[in-house]
Design a protein around this ligand. Structure first.
Ligand code: PLP
Length: 313
């Protein structure tokens, strides 16, 4: 149906999708900001709150867009050391300066899959609510988690006026190619983000597809089950190969294929066997490869290829 209308501009306010999201998340329509992927929303945050003379704090091994968006806004990036590859919230708090305007937190994080303890996260948000910074809590993978494990982050919006949640339709909803994500935050913050947003940043097909996808609970269930099973398949396979991995709450897992060395040659060898994974040396994790969970036969093929390559060394 939406295809018949592509000669027209999209709804710049995204009314139908925002209404559906507001009802689903139990927030006001004026608390949602739509983006061309949540990547776009991260960029809106950087443009609204960062400028030369300000800074943003993020963790080592955190999602690469945080330093990029920070740098593109001309602000100073402050990297805190990690703890067991995850965010060290105390180390991040200790690095917040009077000029810090954004703190970036990925939960779970990409590419490590690490998840924060909800109590520790709440305590850090409370401390950060007393600073001059907004906090981006990036929940791109939240739909893959068991509901009992998820942080009650939407409730935290009432407690912390400087909190910005970001989520996406790219991962569990399977709409990455259409580019659509969103922020949920306080109306005053949404207003600031909307001021720097291009009026037609989200296309009409993405709006229609995301609105429909929100109602497709069965697809989401199936995706989560497929991911849980695939994660078990990979971790069992890694155990069989004698490989360490970082326990992941996402739809990927970082596996240590080259202890003390460089995972690059293993990546290249996998490529030659038609298996594409992600080297993460640019995330300061040269010994690791990040593997996305696929269909059972794809996972099996990846594990078999890894076995051949590592066995042949
Ligand atoms: C994939 C990802 C995003 C953004 O994805 P979009 O496709 O732009 O919505 C944001 N944060 C993290 C941590 C991600 O892994």
């Amino acid at each position: 149906d939406a295809m018949a209308e592509i000669a027209l501009y999209p709804d710049g306010n995204g009314y139908a999708l925002k209404s559906a999201l507001a009802a689903r998340l139990d927030v006001g329509l004026d608390q949602i900001v739509l983006g061309n992927g949540s990547n776009d929303v991260l960029d809106l945050v950087a443009r609204a709150f960062l400028a030369p003379g300000t800074s943003a704090v993020y963790s080592r091994h955190a999602f690469a867009v945080y330093p990029l968006a920070t740098q593109a806004a001309g602000a100073i990036g402050i990297e805190a050391p990690a703890k067991d590859f995850g965010h060290d919230l105390d180390a991040m708090l200790a690095r917040v300066k009077s000029h810090t305007r954004v703190v970036w937190i990925a939960n779970p994080n990409n590419p490590t899959g690490t998840l924060l303890d909800n109590g520790a996260l709440h305590a850090a948000l409370a401390a950060l609510s007393r600073t001059e910074a907004v906090v981006v809590l990036d929940e791109a993978y939240v739909e893959y988690m068991d509901p009992a494990r998820r942080a009650p982050s939407l409730q935290w919006l009432e407690e912390f006026p400087n909190l910005i949640l970001t989520r996406t339709f790219s991962k569990a909803y399977g709409l990455a190619g259409l580019r659509i994500g969103y922020a949920a935050c306080r109306p005053e913050v949404a207003d600031l983000l909307n001021r720097v947003r291009q009026p037609f940043n989200v296309n009409s097909l993405a709006l229609a597809a995301a609105t429909a996808a929100l109602d497709d609970a069965e697809f989401l269930d199936r995706t989560k089950r497929l991911n849980d099973d695939g994660m078990a398949q990979f971790t069992e396979g890694f155990r069989g190969l004698g490989l360490e991995w970082i326990p992941s709450a996402g739809n990927f897992v970082a596996v240590r294929v080259a202890p003390g060395g460089d995972a690059g040659p293993v990546f290249q060898a996998l490529l030659r066997k038609g298996v594409i994974v992600r080297p993460v040396a640019n995330y300061a994790m040269p010994e690791y490869l990040r593997v996305s969970i696929g269909l059972p036969e794809q996972n099996a093929r990846c594990l078999a290829a890894l076995g051949e390559i590592l066995g042949a060394k």
